[in-house]
Design a protein around this ligand. Structure first.
Ligand code: SF4
Length: 330
C-alpha cells in the first residue's frame, strides 16, 4: 500500500535547541515509519523577515545537518530546500489568485509579525500562509505535523484547497493537522518559551559542561524556597524536561522525592543532565561527522530536490490542465 504523504517546513533559523527537538523534531522523525515524509527547509519563508544573505547559505546547511543528525533518514524521507523546487512559488502564485486578501488579514501570525516588525511589513509576510499552502498541497500531503499555533494556517490551507477544487475541479486533498504529543519545554527562566532571542536555551550542540552550567541556575518550582520544602514537580520546568528526556524510574524517583523533600533541586538536575546528555551525545557525534562531510549533505539535498521535483511536476501538470494552459507547457 502506498504510504500517505506528510509535508513539514523547517525554518533555517540557526542553532536548534531542545525545545525545537522535543516539540517538533522527534515527531517528524517518528512519522517517517508510517508516512512518506517530505521535509522542506523553507528558505523563502525565512526571507519574509530581515535576513543576511551572507549567512543564509550556511544556515540552510546547518539546518540540514541538525535534522539528519537527529534522525531524518534520506532513505525513507525527502529532505530538500524549498527555493530549489521552483514549483512551490509557481503554485503559490496560482493560489494567490483565488485567495481573498481578507482571509490573510485575519491570520493571527500576520498581526503579530506586523507589530513585531513595524518597519518591515512586506507583501511576503502577508502572503506567507499562501506559500505555506502551496508547500503542502504541491505534494498532496494528507497530514501536516503542526503546533497549535499553526492551526489557523492549516485551516486557511484547507479553505484554499476547497476553493480551488470548486472553481477548477478536484486536484488537491484537504490536509489534516497532526498535533504532536505536546510537551512544551519552557526556557531556563521557567516562564517564557525557549527562544534564542531570550537567551534561555539549551542548544542541541551544547557540551555537557555548558548544559550543566545552564541547568544548575535554571528556575525550578518557585514555591520551593528551601531544600527542606516539599516541591511540586508538575509546576517545575525541570520536571517537564525530565519527562521529555529521563528514564521512567528516574522520573518517578524525582517526582516522589521532590514531593517528600527527599532530594534537592541540584540532585534532581544532575539526574536530568545524565539522561539528557545520554540522548544528545550520539546526536552531537553525528552533527560533527556531518559537518566534516559537507559533500554528503549537499548530495542528500540534491537527491531530495530531484525526488521532490518529480512529485511537484506531476501536481503542476494537473493544475495547468485544470487551468486550461497545459498546451503551452509541453
Ligand atoms: Fe523541580 Fe526537581 Fe526541584 Fe522538584 S526537585 S522542584 S522537580 S528541580
Amino acid at each position: 500500500m502506498t504510504k500517505k504523504r506528510v509535508f513539514s517546513g523547517i525554518q533555517p533559523s540557526g542553532r536548534l535547541h531542545i525545545g525545537n527537538y522535543v516539540g517538533a523534531m522527534r515527531n517528524m522523525i517518528a512519522l517517517q515509519d508510517d508516512y512518506f515524509c517530505i521535509y522542506g527547509i523553507v528558505d523563502y519563508h525565512a526571507m519574509t523577515v530581515h535576513f543576511n544573505p551572507q549567512e543564509i547559505e550556511s544556515s540552510i546547511l546547518d539546518c540540514a545537518i541538525d535534522y539528519l543528525a537527529a534522525g531524518i533518514d534520506p532513505e525513507k524521507s525527502v529532505l530538500m530546500v524549498q527555493s530549489a523546487v521552483s514549483e512551490h512559488t509557481e503554485l503559490a502564485w496560482i493560489l494567490n489568485t483565488i485567495t481573498p486578501i481578507s482571509w490573510l488579514l485575519r491570520v493571527p501570525t500576520f498581526k503579530e509579525k506586523r507589530e513585531q516588525n513595524p518597519d518591515y511589513v512586506n507583501m511576503g509576510l502577508l502572503d506567507y500562509p499562501v506559500l505555506m499552502a502551496a508547500d503542502i498541497v504541491l505534494y498532496k500531503a494528507a497530514v501536516v505535523p503542526v503546533g497549535d499555533d499553526q492551526l489557523p494556517h492549516l485551516e486557511l490551507t484547507r479553505e484554499i484547497v476547497r476553493r480551488f477544487n470548486t472553481l477548477f475541479g478536484q486536484v488537491f486533498p484537504e490536509p489534516k493537522a497532526q498535533l504532536g504529543e505536546v510537551r512544551r519545554i519552557l526556557g531556563l527562566d521557567g516562564v517564557n518559551k525557549m527562544s534564542k532571542s531570550l537567551d534561555n536555551c539549551i542548544y542541541l550542540d551544547d557540551s555537557k559542561e555548558e548544559i550543566w552550567k545552564k541547568l544548575s541556575t535554571a528556575v525550578t518550582d518557585v514555591r520551593r524556597k528551601r531544600r527542606t520544602d516539599p516541591g511540586n514537580p508538575e509546576d517545575c520546568n525541570i520536571f517537564t524536561m525530565h519527562k521529555a528526556f529521563s528514564k521512567k524510574e528516574d522520573i518517578d524517583y524525582c517526582s516522589r522525592e521532590c514531593q517528600a523533600a527527599g532530594i534537592g533541586c541540584l540532585d534532581c538536575k544532575k539526574i536530568l543532565l545524565e539522561n539528557m546528555y545520554y540522548e544528545l551525545e550520539p546526536l552531537q557525534k553525528k552533527q560533527s561527522d556531518l559537518r566534516n562531510n559537507r559533500q554528503y549533505v549537499l548530495e542528500t539535498l540534491g537527491d531530495g530536490k530531484r525526488k521532490a521535483k518529480e512529485i511537484a511536476a506531476q501536481t503542476m501538470d494537473e493544475v495547468y490542465t485544470k487551468l486550461g494552459i497545459k498546451t503551452y507547457h509541453q
